[in-house]
Design a protein around this ligand. Structure first.
Ligand SMILES: [Fe+2]
Length: 380
């Protein structure tokens, strides 16, 4: 039996309410939660919030640490540890490391290096160097010529927990407006307009050649390996119908209210970017996360390209939207993503669940991470 740790004088955010009280942790789990003073003296939380450790499904930050500049590859284990520390300091205790598979225009596909990357994560885990529970999310660019070969190879070697099906063809989904695609990729690459036009035509040809058969193959691969599937940038009712038919559980970044509402109504969890909440809109000019929250069809937030945005986004939802309580907002970054990916042992402050806990101090309206416990052990 490990020692019991008691945290007292805290604002405890449960799935249903915020209560002032204490929480006892033992054997890696939450043993008990109570209001007022605890039976035995605990550690004073000074009135700070205690939240369940956040669950992050879609972050591109491992790629950023591995490839900090074009053509630069950083030391794999060093990159994994720096990334892990940044993720933990953002309040996240379970992370799905997202890696792109399939060559894209600004190809930073690290598929050829996934063996080395997964090996570095495994080394860090077995040597007890990780603060966060890491899982793997393959982001498959389905029209890419090499996506099936790469995905099949990876599935034969590693445990994958989530696959998302992306189609970033200009004129479709995220880039319905091709001028937005030109700004996005042109800005990144500095290419001329004429060059971008040629690339658009090439991408459209690939879409017609590969989209349907690659999507069907990836859905079959995910099903045969028991991997949760996510759609990406669903825009129309036809996209949502296709997602439902394919057994998709999670809709990443639907671009319209119509697609989000239809997904939510069918039990497909709607996930939006927390930076979208914090910034007050989509960087691609699509529907805002706040609009979907007000419509009652937002289920999950993801930190996407800024890890710190996840905690901020939850507090912003509760602050800005009347009737969107803090417990409900916190569920979008903990319980809902946990359940969407089949993790039933975490995501809420409830007796019996994993003692993954974040202590949050409010600096004005900014939530600041002060301490983190994972399986009842301090990791920050
Ligand atoms: Fe996208």
């Amino acid at each position: 039996m490990s020692e019991t740790l008691v945290l007292e004088n805290a604002m405890i955010v449960t799935p249903d309410e915020v209560l002032h009280g204490w929480i006892a942790l033992a054997n890696g789990r939450i043993a008990e939660i109570g209001t007022g003073r605890p039976p035995a003296r605990g550690t004073d939380m000074a009135g700070d919030y205690l939240l369940p450790g956040l669950v992050e499904l879609h972050t591109d930050h491992l790629e950023s640490h591995l490839a900090p500049r074009p053509k630069v590859r950083w030391h794999h284990l060093s990159a994994v540890l720096a990334y892990d520390a940044q993720i933990a300091a953002s309040g996240i205790t379970t992370v799905f490391d997202s890696l792109r598979v399939g060559s894209d225009v600004d190809s930073r596909s690290l598929a050829g290096e996934i063996g080395a990357i997964a090996g570095a994560v495994e080394t860090a885990r077995t040597e007890g160097l990780l603060r966060v529970d890491h899982r793997m999310h393959l982001r498959c660019e389905i029209c890419a010529s090499d996506v099936i070969e790469e995905t099949t190879h990876i599935l034969g070697q590693f445990r994958i927990d989530l696959i998302s099906l992306m189609d970033h063809t200009p004129g479709a989904r995220q880039f319905r407006d091709t001028s937005t695609w030109k700004i996005y990729y042109g800005g990144k690459s500095g290419m001329t307009d004429a060059h971008l036009e040629i690339m658009i035509q090439d991408r459209v040809v690939l879409h017609h050649a590969n989209h349907d058969r690659h999507r069907a193959s990836l859905v079959a691969l995910a099903k045969s390996h028991g991997i949760v599937l996510a759609s990406h940038d669903d825009t129309t009712l036809a996209h949502v119908a296709e997602s439902a038919a394919d057994g998709i559980r999670l809709a990443e970044f639907p671009t319209t209210v119509e697609a989000a509402a239809a997904s939510h109504a069918q039990g497909i969890q709607v996930m939006m970017g927390a930076p979208n909440v914090v910034r007050g809109g989509s960087h691609s000019g699509n529907v805002s996360a706040e609009t979907l929250a007000r419509e009652g069809v937002l289920d999950i937030l993801s930190s996407d390209y800024v890890p710190a945005s996840l905690l901020m986004g939850a507090f912003e939802l509760a602050h800005r939207i009347e009737g969107f309580t803090l417990p409900r907002a916190v569920k979008t970054v903990s319980l809902n993503p946990a359940l969407a990916t089949g993790l039933t042992d975490r995501g809420a402050l409830e007796a019996g669940l994993k003692a993954d806990i974040v202590r949050v101090h409010m600096a004005g309206s900014l939530p600041v991470v002060r301490e983190i416990w994972r399986d009842a052990q301090r990791v920050i």
